[in-house]
Design a protein around this ligand. Structure first.
Ligand code: ASP
Length: 333
């Protein structure tokens, strides 16, 4: 069998970090990372490319677009792609890439680590090896590979800040596992013959996590400054009604001004269902808001940025929002 060609894209993160006086700083290039796992040469042929050396706290939607365009430019030449990335915003980048590179029949694998590759105890080498293994396989689309788990790009979330077991798949099963260099596959995602690439994102999306008593002036401020507002409310979803008209009127004014409003929940598992309680159904029935259902907030952010990069037409925004992309939404309207 012909040796697979993998493009390894470096972006920074803990995996590539070294100790400095002010804490861990990303410094190693993807070429230097690969040198730590010489046994990988038996799996495939790797070409390295360094896009940025950033703590992922500094990764922005424009960086997703840059990663996507790098994949597009190199698409024909390589069989798979590995992106070494900081863990803090990796789930957002995984979601972002899932919308910017849709239906990809080749694997696009994000990975990183909780401990730098140069540390004696580190998860970097295993994660990188596993990521390359998946990128050299016949799995398809955007995935996050971490601590042996293979997670769909739109379903990943960082759920632990320190442990090696840092990521979970939210409201969707794992695609598979990597154990001792072998892939145990649970699901085969659908792919097209050729991917659909997009290059425009609109980063002007805001998120408001409600706490008991949040002044709705905060929502008004965010609506004024953004093209879309995601409101993470409580339980299956709803807006406070203790000051009559307060939230309802604010959201309505935002919608009347052409903004997009998405209701979601701050509960990690099982998603929203606004129809259940009066506090949710009263807005759902009367206002053209959207509802996230089982989507992760990371995916909602990235999907809105992708959609609003293509259109501002309300009907079209709604249509695209509820159309599943890379298994991001199961429950329909
Ligand atoms: N702060 C780091 C980053 O996200 C954390 C990590 O990579 O684990 O870049």
């Amino acid at each position: 069998m012909e040796e697979k060609k993998i493009l390894m894209i470096g972006t920074g993160g803990t995996i590539a970090s070294e100790v400095s006086d002010s804490g861990l700083t990303p410094e190693l290039t993807s070429e230097q990372l690969i040198r730590y796992i010489p046994d990988i040469s038996g799996i495939c042929k790797i070409t390295c490319c360094q896009l940025f050396s950033l703590d992922s706290t500094n990764i922005q939607p424009k960086h997703w677009a840059r990663i996507a365009s790098t994949i597009r430019e190199n698409y024909r030449e390589f069989d798979g792609f590995v992106i070494a990335h900081g863990t803090d915003t990796m789930a957002y980048t995984a979601a972002g890439l899932s919308y910017l590179v849709q239906g990809c029949p080749k694997p696009i694998v994000l990975t990183g680590a909780q401990k730098p590759i140069g540390f004696e105890t580190t998860d970097s080498k295993q994660n990188l090896r596993d990521a390359v293994t998946v990128a050299a396989s016949d799995m398809a689309g955007v995935m996050l590979v971490f601590n042996g788990k293979i997670i769909t790009g739109t379903r990943a979330r960082k759920t632990r800040s320190k442990s090696f077991e840092a990521f979970s798949s939210i409201n969707y099963p794992l695609l598979g596992m990597v154990r001792d260099g072998r892939i145990i596959r649970y699901i085969r995602p659908e792919a097209r013959a050729v991917p659909q690439f997009y290059d425009k994102v609109n980063p002007n999306v805001a998120l408001l996590k409600l706490i008991p008593g949040t002044d709705c002036a905060v929502a008004a401020y965010l609506l004024e400054r953004s093209d879309a507002l995601i409101i993470e409310s409580f339980g299956v979803g709803g807006l406070p009604t203790y000051k009559a008209g307060d939230y309802y009127d604010t959201v309505k004014a935002g919608l009347d001004a052409g903004k997009t409003v998405v209701m979601t929940t701050q509960v990690e598992n099982e998603g929203s269902d606004l129809a259940v309680y009066h506090v949710g159904s009263s807005i759902k029935r009367n206002l053209p808001i959207l509802e996230a259902y089982d989507m992760t907030t990371e995916a909602v952010c990235a999907k809105l940025m992708w959609i609003l990069g293509q259109t501002t037409d309300r009907k079209w925004v709604e249509e695209l929002f509820y159309t599943p992309v890379a298994c991001d939404i199961l429950a329909g309207k």
